[in-house]
Design a protein around this ligand. Structure first.
Ligand SMILES: [Zn+2]
Length: 414
């Protein structure tokens, strides 16, 4: 086997393509290995549209970046024939080592995607020595290609949640399959509220799913989502995720603390002491803050106690017991905050729970067990890290798909 054979093997070249020249350009820094590929004269090539074998009409020179050869950047040039197909006219033929329109070989793109799966895109771009803009273009292409292979014919229960791609702006809404623990993401789209549900149902049907097969939807209690689900997924039962109820009460503790703190000096460390869950580890300063708060019987302490007793509802063992506990909880909590000055937000959370109690208790009837929507938060954080430095909806959405949708596995097999 000579050097030529090794190169041909590495590129996966087959007749009529062959390597006709190779040289190392030492004037470039880093040095560049230039490989020149040509096809035998007189060869026939398939029309890219109909595969009919045609003769070459003329040639045009193209260049692709290939995998590094040791420390050297490697480029492939080829004179690519254009055929005249009787039916489709003059067409550039497809080359086996690169996809149409790309300035990179397929092997190069595969290597790039492997890195992007493991690290932020800007770091991957630096390592392989291309601009981040070009790397993003590769990512977008392959994510879209993977999306075209999604199959939703088995999807029966979904969850949806919104998050900001940037702090405070640019929302994206993510839809997941509640029955899948790995790669659960089905669809991600810009914006929040009603239109996202409609977009999801369009996508679902385009991927072999059926709106009428969706028996269960888990979401938060935003009126926009709830009315959209009723309209676009009419056969589904809505469950309000417990996590969103807890979030609402956590916020009510914080709101109470902020108001009260304007008039009363709360102990240092109060903020996180009341926000952390009972079972989370508190610092010693937070432990002191919490016990001081509870001794003073301030309104923040009351709000905290109410939030903490949500666990009692959560531990209910049947749908009937959950319903009963919710009623008792609302009654007792309302009495506790009655006549208070700073707990309007707690009353608001209680009203929300009361209003949606029927959908909250569905979780006790539901077939899924884990708090999958809660897990989305760490996924969103990972996607934000990968898209660090270019945070807009397009990059954020592509990373959510790469990390947590079937696109991840599909891309590994291309
Ligand atoms: Zn043709």
């Amino acid at each position: 086997m000579n050097t030529n054979d090794i190169m041909v093997l590495g590129l996966g070249l087959q007749a009529p393509w062959r390597l006709v020249d190779q040289h190392l350009d030492l004037e470039k820094k880093p040095h560049e290995l230039q490989l020149e590929i040509a096809a035998d004269r007189g060869s026939q090539y398939p029309c890219p549209q109909c595969q009919k074998m045609c003769s070459a009409h003329d040639f045009t020179e193209k260049k692709w970046r290939h995998l590094n050869f040791f420390q050297h950047h490697c480029y492939i040039t080829a004179r690519v024939p254009r055929v005249i197909c009787p039916e489709h006219g003059v067409r550039l033929v497809k080359v086996p080592w690169a996809r149409e329109g790309s300035g990179f070989t397929l092997l190069f793109e595969q290597a790039a995607l492997t890195l992007v799966r493991e690290m932020p895109v800007n770091a991957a771009a630096r390592i392989i020595g291309i601009t981040d803009k070009r790397l993003w273009r590769i990512v977008f292409h392959y994510v879209n290609k993977a999306l075209s292979q999604f199959d939703f014919s088995e999807v029966r229960s979904i969850g949806l949640d919104e998050t900001a791609s940037k702090r405070g702006h640019n929302y994206v809404t993510t839809f997941i399959d509640m029955e899948k623990s790995s790669e659960p993401v089905l669809f991600v789209t810009s914006g929040k509220g009603k239109k996202t549900v409609q977009e999801f149902t369009t996508f679902l049907e385009a991927k072999g799913g059926k709106v009428d097969n969706i028996a269960e939807v888990v979401c938060d209690m935003s009126p926009a989502f709830l009315s959209a689900v009723k309209e676009h997924l009419p056969k589904s039962n809505v469950t309000i995720d417990w996590f969103h109820i807890v979030q609402k009460f956590v916020k009510s503790v914080d709101d109470t603390r902020k108001l009260e703190h304007r008039f009363i000096n709360l102990p240092p460390g109060s903020r996180y002491a009341v926000l952390k869950g009972k079972n989370k580890r508190l610092t010693s300063k937070q432990v002191t803050a919490l016990s001081t708060l509870l001794e003073t019987k301030c309104e923040t302490a009351t709000a905290w106690q109410i939030k903490e007793s949500l666990a009692w509802i959560r531990n209910a063992e049947s749908i009937e017991q959950a319903e009963e506990r919710i009623n008792v909880f609302i009654e007792k909590a309302t009495l506790l905050v009655k006549g208070n000055k700073y707990t309007a937000s707690v009353l608001d959370a209680l009203a929300t729970l009361k209003k949606h109690a029927n959908q909250v208790i569905q979780r006790w009837a539901s077939t899924y067990t884990n708090a999958r929507l809660e897990g989305l938060n760490s996924l969103f954080q990972a996607a934000r890290n990968r898209a660090r430095g270019y945070r807009n909806n397009e990059t954020f959405i592509a990373m959510i798909y790469m990390i947590a949708s079937p696109a991840g596995s599909i891309l590994k097999s291309i």
